[in-house]
Design a protein around this ligand. Sequence first.
Ligand SMILES: [Zn+2]
Length: 191
Amino acid sequence: MFVFTFLISLLYPNQTIQAKHDSFLQNMVFPIKHVMAHFYDDWGEIRGNGNRVHEGIDIRAPKGAPVVAIADGKVNTISYSDSSGYYIAIDHENGWLSLYVHLNDDIEGNDNRGGKETAFAENIYLGAEVVAGQIIGYLGDSGNAEGTVPHVHFEVRYMGKSFDVYQHIKDSWFRFNQFIRFPKKIGLNLF
Ligand SMILES: [Zn+2]
């Protein structure tokens, strides 16, 4: 956390801007709208036979669980690649970008026969404006996640560079759970 704050302060010495970045991270909505979602701090794990570092957090949940935008923004990328499968990037227009990878490509009883319609929410297209908590797609195992426990590879980048936001994801998960259990008492409206 210290290193992270330090890097941001190098990039943005102005304190007001610093506060804006803190506020963005501290208010992020948990990216999976499912109470059975689970994850651990797998940021920086060595993957692919020691060939690459994992720059993100994998969030597991039942296949088809809604994936939501962590904050307001604009759809920057909506695409497919062999490794990432179906994925979406949202530009939060403050230097931050969030990435949601391995969206669902399965239909019931027919593995990998889904497509854009199983991966992305209906009104999501390049340039679409989204709000925090809006459903953008559905969790799955497309790309090189085929055969793994269905999950979203979730990543947050600042000016193109991935950041370890594990603590913020954890905090957003805590707020999501409070909302699910005590919506009236807590008075949060995350969705
Ligand atoms: Zn991952």
